[in-house]
Ligand binder design. Structure first.
Ligand SMILES: NC(=O)C1=CN([C@@H]2O[C@H](COP(=O)(O)OP(=O)(O)OC[C@H]3O[C@@H](n4cnc5c(N)ncnc54)[C@H](OP(=O)(O)O)[C@@H]3O)[C@@H](O)[C@H]2O)C=CC1
Ligand SMILES: O=C1O[C@H](COP(=O)(O)O)[C@@H](O)[C@H](O)[C@H]1O
Length: 593
């Protein structure tokens, strides 16, 4: 066996390969160079096949290690020959991938453990996403799914619970019921405490039975409250890591509640895991239209040249939900809308929207650009934020509860359920362009969209036809993330007829009209990526640090100064303050025009 190790300590990437403790090759990580490394190994050991694509994403270069091009590697180079006596190969505790020499897929298996399997997210999203992947034949041939939680359940009871949430896709195939049965047969349950190494060791034993001597890789999905993350990671890592394949852990938000707690969480996670093993999920990155953002920008000649302060007046990121915290008030009150939506989902979209062109589509190249743009942003100022909280509202016979009517929320809570903010990127491309965010619960509609408002046409011959309404006269590009996914561009055109009247119309790519296939749920894409070791859509720790440093000062100030939110009725369009904030930057919210 050839064992390939990884180390997370730098952001440079490479491969270290060893064979019986002898160093073979180390090379920068790029798709074309993969072949270089694999060919070195092939030359030395005959017909090597790299049968695990994820491996290449998992490999990182050790601090201070020397990159040796394949042409220089004539013989096996002993480990000790590497620079300054530094240990070139990560200690065994770190993640390692092993290449199955036969390249035989049938010999490997993936075990997926949903930690917190009795919970809301597991039922609502994780199990259905796993089934959808199975249904679409996207899971490896051999896989096992384990639910793990404290609740007492048998395998059959877990299957019953899971089966209630499974659905077939719209383009139903006849064998859907059969597929469900087959999927459920691969689901098992183990009851245990989150802080018990012994319980995780029992899980390990069961996993091994199912893995049946196959080359095993293990994925743990932490679908549990954040206060038990670390215990679960410690126990899973120490007692139930894969002995010779990869072990990866998907971590759900919240990743702390400010810079300090987030850094502490990262430090604790890294006691037991490499950065490469940690998959921080932001499910908005798995949404189809968010994925499409880079395609839109970088594969259409017409957009990228316009993508700067020269042509763009402002950009808006808008999230609204037409329901309140319903059942999640306990969690929400500790976080509020800025942490729940803005600091992660909206900021991640902003980073993808505003980043420079990455060197390639490799995860690290993309994440490097995201970090760069986040670090070019000004921390949010208190003057540039307004906050709101929904209050009870009666419409006809129905009374909608206010936020503090939730029994799990303190009566005097000042936690914002709505916020609007103006952010700025201090770089050459975006200097002076307001990036506005708006997020709220219990509003009049459910939607998430990006709105790009372009500048006016200089010396426009048709100005008189529009009067002075800049918003009517200028183009707007709308990327509707949900619902009814669409990309449309507002253009000006002449109303047909003998007169000269101008109109504003949409060039519209409505996904449901263009594509008959159902759009996969974000969790499907992200789970598949985690299984395949594709990190592009997961958040790296330096991205997280950069994101928190933009919001932490203002979050502290809001709390220290006990800023009272502006109250808005359940089901309304939110506080009026959002309009004043936008107006300060000569902006009108596009969703209200
Ligand atoms: N639900 C959602 O829509 C979303 C959730 N998230 C995040 O995903 C994670 C899971 O969410 P969700 O499923 O809603 O969480 P739950 O509150 O439903 O918790 C999941 C499971 O964890 C166990 N658990 C709950 N509270 C405790 C506790 N205090 N101590 C020990 N175990 C506990 C319970 O299992 P048992 O008692 O059987 O051990 C529960 O079934 C959280 O981090 C959440 O913030 C993120 C985005 C959306
Ligand atoms: O992360 C979260 O997202 C949901 C909204 O997700 P969506 O995919 O349904 O738009 C939000 O309700 C929740 O408060 C938040 O924690």
């Amino acid at each position: 066996m050839v064992t390939l190790y990884s180390s997370p300590s730098t952001h440079s990437y490479g491969a270290v390969a060893s064979y019986s403790n002898s160093f073979i090759g180390l090379y920068n990580y790029h798709h074309n160079k993969q072949i270089a490394v694999s060919s070195i190994l092939s030359r030395k050991f005959g017909s090597l096949q790299i049968n695990q694509k994820p491996f290449w994403n998992a490999v990182r270069m050790q601090d201070g290690a020397v990159a040796i091009p394949p042409s220089k590697i004539e013989n096996e180079t002993p480990l000790k020959k590497l620079k300054n006596g530094s240990s070139p190969v990560a200690p065994p505790k770190e993640q390692k991938d092993t290449i199955d020499f036969d390249g035989n897929k049938a010999k490997s298996t993936v075990s997926i453990t949903v930690v917190g399997a009795s919970g809301d997210l597991a039922k609502k999203k994780i199990f259905p996403a796993l089934f959808a992947l199975y249904y679409e034949d996207c899971l490896p041939e051999h896989f096992t799914i384990f639910g793990y939680a404290r609740s007492k359940m048998t395998d059959v009871e877990l299957r019953n619970m899971v089966s209630k949430t499974l659905t077939c896709r719209i383009d139903k195939r006849e064998n859907c019921g059969e597929k469900m049965e087959q999927f459920l047969e691969r689901c098992f349950y183990h009851s245990g405490q989150y802080d018990s190494q012994d319980n995780f060791a029992e899980l390990d034993k069961k996993l091994k039975e199912h893995e049946a001597g196959r080359f095993s890789n293990r994925l743990f999905y932490l679908s549990i409250p954040p206060n038990i993350f670390i215990n679960a990671v410690r126990c899973a890592s120490l007692s139930a890591s894969s002995a010779h394949g990869w072990t990866r852990v998907i971590v759900e938000k919240p990743f702390g509640r400010d810079s300090e707690s987030s850094a502490a969480l990262t430090r604790s996670l890294k006691q037991y895991l490499n950065e490469d093993q940690i998959f921080r999920i932001d499910h908005y990155l798995g949404k189809e239209l968010v994925e499409n953002l880079s395609v839109l920008r970088f594969s259409n000649l017409i957009f990228e040249p316009l993508w700067s302060r020269q042509y763009i007046r402002n950009v808006q990121f808008i999230f609204s939900e037409d329901f309140g915290t319903e059942g999640r008030g306990g969690y929400f009150d500790h976080y509020g809308i800025i942490r729940d939506i803005m600091q992660n989902h909206l900021l991640q979209i902003l980073a993808l929207f505003a980043m420079e062109t990455p060197v390639s589509l490799d995860a690290e190249d993309i994440r490097n650009e995201k970090v760069k743009v986040l670090r070019s942003m000004r921390p949010l100022q208190l003057d540039d934020v307004i906050i709101g909280q929904y209050k009870c509202h009666t419409k006809g016979d129905v009374t909608y509860p206010g936020y503090t009517d939730d029994k799990t929320v303190p009566k005097d809570s000042l936690t914002p359920t709505f916020a609007a903010a103006a952010l700025f990127i201090d770089n050459a491309r975006w200097d002076g362009v307001p990036f506005l965010m708006k997020a709220g619960k219990a509003l009049h509609t459910r939607s998430a969209e990006i709105r790009v408002q372009f500048r006016h046409v200089p010396g426009n011959l048709y100005n008189k036809n529009f009067g002075s309404d800049l918003d009517q006269a200028t183009n707007e590009l709308v990327i509707r993330v949900q619902p009814n996914e669409a990309i449309y561009l507002k253009i000006n055109n002449k109303v047909p007829g003998l007169g000269m009247r101008l109109d504003c119309s949409n060039l519209n790519l409505l996904y449901s009209a263009r594509y008959s296939k159902e759009i996969p749920d974000a969790y499907e894409r992200l789970l598949l990526d985690a299984i395949e070791g594709e990190r592009r859509l997961f958040i790296r720790s330096d991205e997280l640090d950069a994101a928190w440093s933009l919001f932490t000062p203002v979050l502290n100030e809001l709390e220290d100064k006990k800023i009272v939110p502006e109250y808005y009725p359940y089901g309304s369009r939110g506080p009026i303050g959002a309009h004043y904030l936008a107006a300060r930057y000569k902006v009108r919210w596009g969703d209200l025009v």
